[in-house]
Design a protein around this ligand. Structure first.
Ligand SMILES: *[C@@H]1O[C@H](CO)[C@@H](O)[C@H](O)[C@H]1NC(C)=O
Length: 214
């Protein structure tokens, strides 16, 4: 089963959610364009290693939704993404159309019983960080994440399927181990910056959270 963690094709989604031309225009203006993003979640690079880097993200509000599924079924992140997309495009208490901020992070936690937990989140744009509007969909929630320190490296190309993400996690984990830092592959973030229709200079990252697991 093909899973898409990379934000899918926005144009298609816009029609799926039944966005009006006005919503579309606001959204496009807000986001700059569908491919050139207006905003990226802020971070500092705190240490550069040979094959990976350490970054700090400040405490931020994210909009999230979660699901549980086996690896065979996958995260249904297309459906999850659609929920977050609706929130960003106006399905919120203030009917606000917000800018789409990259990246989208899919937190993967491997369950012992074969059932994984997936939490898909988008950063909320700076203008609404302090007071994000309430989601209308009950399965969508705002999460105030504490500061997050992560290890990551950026890879290009298409990283889409669950097995591709886990392979990249294993490679990054190998580099970390080389420096005496060890992580379990049972918990990581799969992070996408691009839409499927962007073909060059694609950016994908697996994140291991420094504090959460040691
Ligand atoms: C980056 O580090 C500087 C200096 O510590 C700090 O003032 C700033 O808020 C940090 N930026 C982010 C995005 O964490």
């Amino acid at each position: 089963m093909t899973r898409m963690c990379n934000m899918e094709t926005f144009a298609v989604l816009l029609f799926v959610v039944g966005a009006t031309a006005n919503t579309f225009r606001n959204f496009v203006n807000g986001a700059g364009s569908l491919i050139g993003y207006a905003e990226e979640a802020p971070y500092n690079i705190t240490k550069i290693h040979q094959n990976f880097e350490e970054r700090e993200y400040p405490a931020l509000n994210w909009v999230c939704t979660t699901t549980k599924a086996s690896s065979e079924v996958g995260s249904h992140d297309r459906a999850m993404f659609l929920k977050l997309f609706r929130y960003v495009t106006g399905q919120n208490s203030e009917r606000r159309v917000m800018a789409y901020v990259i990246p989208a992070t899919l937190e993967y936690t491997n369950g012992k019983n074969g059932i994984n937990t997936y939490v898909l989140c988008l950063f909320i744009e700076k203008a609404h960080q302090a007071h994000p509007p309430e989601p209308i969909d009950e399965s969508v929630f705002i999460e105030n994440r504490p500061p997050l320190t992560i290890y990551t490296r950026t890879v290009g190309g298409y990283v889409i399927s669950e097995s591709q993400w886990i392979d990249e996690g294993a490679r990054l984990s190998g580099y970390l181990q080389h420096e005496g830092i060890s992580f379990s592959l049972n918990h990581m973030y799969w992070v996408s910056y691009d839409f499927t229709f962007k073909f060059w200079n694609r950016r994908n990252e697996v994140w291991f959270a420094k504090e959460a697991e040691k």
